[in-house]
Ligand binder design. Structure first.
Ligand code: NZQ
Ligand code: ZN
Length: 386
């Protein structure tokens, strides 16, 4: 196990009717920017609960944050914060809204000319507004982590950034929100969380027994509840396991002391930037081909996953490792998610070359835990995903 320093400061308020309890977490003199999306919170009762909470505060509303939102739109929120001298943000939504909130929190304090310059792993956020979240879509884990992914459609870019200052102070996880989710978003959540575990688990390492079991327990849970939660999203127990699994998949716990990969996400973000494909679906397109391409150094771990999660006991290591990829891809298909790029866009020709070239230009010469997945490898992986 590698050395690590771990702190996750986000307070979790889990369960029914917990939105009201946020009043204990948000300072009474906070001047709040309420950020939400396209309106789902107005039809499922969440908005009314938020209004009850905010009745004791000064607040302004900023709505219309979309999946793969417009960077320019977020700058308007920053202007509103400055104009009304707001000092706290409450994000109510899925990963897109929470990530937007993190960006706004940092941009409101940014001293440079163009806040887009923050979108680099090398940039260090120096100051950010405090914020809390009410998550309405289990998937990204953004409610308990310090990262955000922001889209800039005009230049077809999607970039991430991260900072210790971007952990939510508190997050409400009320599983009843799952009942209003369309199937498309539920399956996206399952596949996104599955891949978050993969990125932190499917790496070559020794002596990380506990982290492996943590990771496998999340995969087991998602696999066990996947089909049932689609059929019965109002089932509170299933929704609770779904929601907590998604948060646990990316709150930093399973990444401690182990090498992590994140190559599938890096390539997936490019597909979203180019074609607006749902984030989780880009992972389903790239993931299986990524593991086939990196089979030699991932096969030990793939075989362990096949044995422990899919109960593949027959055959040698190579067979089990190949089954791991087949089983995973079948699982995505069983959720109604295609793993072929051409099922999402007819304009896929040239995508592999374009993304490889983008990575080269950005100096991203090696993805993965060994940083040995070159732009040429990326090209081959994408070509096989057509
Ligand atoms: O906008 P509204 O009307 O709220 O509708 C949303 C949106 O259309 C809807 N929705 C959310 N909660 C709902 C609901 N509809 C009915 N009932 C509810 N309770 O769902 C749609 C999708 O929402 P979105 O926030 O885009 O989905 P998701 O949570 O999957 O977030 C995806 C974004 O998060 C980023 C992705 O790249 C993508 O931009 N990620 C963020 C990460 C992080 N910060 O750690 C990690 C992830 O890997 C990911 O990259
Ligand atoms: Zn993801």
């Amino acid at each position: 196990m590698k050395n690590f320093i771990y702190k996750n400061p986000t307070k979790i308020l889990f369960g029914k009717a917990m939105i009201a309890k946020l009043s204990n977490e948000i300072p009474s003199d906070a001047r709040i920017l309420l950020v939400y999306g396209g309106g789902s919170i107005k039809t499922n009762g969440i908005y009314n609960q938020v209004m009850d909470l905010l009745s004791a505060y000064y607040f302004e509303e900023f709505s219309g944050v979309k999946a793969n939102h417009e960077y320019e739109l977020l700058l308007k929120a920053v202007e509103l914060i400055k104009e009304k001298q707001l000092n706290y943000i409450l994000a109510v939504g899925g990963g897109s809204v929470i990530d937007a909130c993190k960006f706004i929190a940092a941009a409101a304090k940014y001293k440079g000319d163009n806040p887009w310059d923050m979108m680099s792993i090398r940039y260090v956020v120096k100051e950010a507004l405090a914020f809390s979240t009410i998550v309405t879509l289990p998937a990204t884990g953004s409610e308990m982590n310090s990262g955000a992914v922001i889209s800039y459609r005009a230049i077809k870019e999607k970039r991430s950034f991260k900072s210790e200052l971007l952990f939510p102070q508190a997050s409400v996880l009320d599983p009843t929100v799952v009942s209003s989710l369309p199937v498309r978003q539920i399956v996206n959540g399952i596949v996104d969380a599955f891949n978050h575990v993969f990125e932190q688990y499917m790496t070559e390492r020794e002596g990380t027994i506990l982290q492996d079991y943590f990771a496998e327990s999340i995969l087991h849970t998602l696999k066990a509840i996947g089909k049932d939660i689609i059929k019965d999203p109002s089932n509170y127990d299933l929704a609770s396991d779904f929601m907590w699994s998604c948060t646990m998949a990316l709150n930093g716990l399973i990444a401690q002391g182990v090498p992590t990969d994140w190559g599938i996400h890096a390539i997936g973000h490019e597909l979203t930037a180019l074609f607006q494909i749902d984030h989780a679906r880009t992972l389903a397109i790239i993931g299986p081909r990524y593991y086939e391409h990196n089979f030699e150094f991932k096969k030990q771990k793939l075989a362990q996953y096949a044995e422990r999660v899919w109960n593949v006991q027959e055959g040698d290591l190579e067979y089990k490792a190949k089954q791991a990829i087949v089983m995973t891809e079948n699982f995505y298909h069983s959720l109604g998610i295609s793993t072929k790029l051409s099922d999402y866009t007819s304009e896929y020709e040239g995508t592999a070359e374009l993304i490889a070239e983008r990575f080269t230009k950005r100096g991203w010469l090696g993805l993965g835990e060994k940083q040995n997945v070159s732009p040429d490898d990326v090209k081959e992986i994408i070509l096989k995903s057509y």
